[in-house]
Design a protein around this ligand. Structure first.
Ligand code: NAD
Length: 280
């Protein structure tokens, strides 16, 4: 497994398992146990996924040592103050049955994010979280955060797939030495991108699947990926990407299929951000 060095010196496995929308106890436990067997060590959850408790149980039941795991969670938007953020973090720790997190993220740039960042800095300084970062921050929100931040985020987790490559944001983050982490790398399984003809051709040339080509493309452009699946065969397929390499021409061909087409919520949509304050 490739490891990626964050700007705080910590290492993150460049591929992990996302567990968004896996709420069924057996499904989640099986997914995590299959993933661990296949070599996954990095797991991405969030308070709003309502599955931290199950993730914690599945990881605690495994024989993999805590120090060999990389666990990410995220503070949800309904926590808008310093104190609420600290309390939300401790709630996540308790549910995940651990005494520290590897990475804690501000889930969206919603109300109070500068204040919330101050809380993450304090958790980091207290050693309760090894790395801190943000999610769904684009240049305007990151620029604003950096005016008050004492610690630079290690990671920005944003929607990224071959039809929404985030090229400008990628360059901006690279210049700041903030790691680009891709959520929804497979286009959230909604179709189109997994049937793209350019990707299909490249996949056939390497005897790999389109999903594997997409994940490999991310690895080669220094992006961290957290594909989700509940199926044992796909969980295994998604990590089987470290035995082939895309050529420069193939990387370029993929760069050219970008449609700059967002598939999910827009972090610049203030109406949505305000509505999200009421979601729990
Ligand atoms: P994804 O792009 O990982 O797509 C998952 C879907 O792709 C699966 O449900 C399945 O339908 C399909 N799939 C998986 N493996 C496949 C394969 N090998 N072949 C064909 N189809 C396959 O979407 P996601 O789950 O939304 O994103 C990944 C993770 O990112 C989440 O689980 C979560 O941890 C995180 N995430 C974060 C945010 C955020 O706001 N920070 C938002 C969404 C997701």
């Amino acid at each position: 497994m490739e490891q990626y060095k964050l700007n705080d010196g910590k290492m993150i496995p460049q591929l992990g398992l996302g567990v968004y929308l896996i709420e069924d106890a057996n499904e989640l436990k099986d997914s995590i146990s299959n993933a661990l067997k296949d070599g996954y060590r990095h797991f991405d959850t969030a308070a709003i996924y309502h599955n931290e408790e199950l993730v914690g149980e599945a990881l605690a039941d495994s024989d993999v040592k805590r120090e060999d795991l990389f666990i990410t969670s995220k503070v949800w938007n309904n926590n808008t103050t310093y104190d609420e953020t600290i309390a939300a973090f401790h709630e996540s720790l308790k549910k995940l049955k651990t005494d520290y997190l590897d990475l804690y993220l501000i889930h969206w740039p919603s109300e109070g994010y500068q204040e919330k960042w101050r809380a993450l800095e304090s958790l980091y300084n207290d050693g309760l979280v090894k790395s801190i970062g943000v999610s769904n921050f684009e240049k305007p929100q990151m620029d604003k955060l950096l005016t008050t931040a004492k610690i630079k985020p290690a990671v920005d987790q944003v929607e990224t797939n071959p039809y929404f490559q985030q090229k400008e944001l990628h360059e901006y983050l690279t210049n700041l030495d903030i790691a680009h982490e891709a959520w929804g790398p497979l286009g959230q399984g909604k179709g189109a991108v997994l049937e793209d003809p350019t990707l299909l051709k490249i996949a056939q040339a390497h005897h790999k699947s389109v999903a594997q080509v997409i994940l490999r493309w991310n690895i080669q452009r220094d992006v961290i990926v957290i594909p989700k699946s509940i199926h044992a065969n796909r969980i295994a397929e998604n990590i089987d990407i470290f035995d082939f390499e895309l050529s420069n021409d193939e990387m370029l061909a993929i760069a050219n299929i970008d449609k700059n087409q967002r598939g999910s919520e827009n972090p610049n949509d203030n109406d949505w951000l305000n509505e999200s304050l009421n979601m729990k």
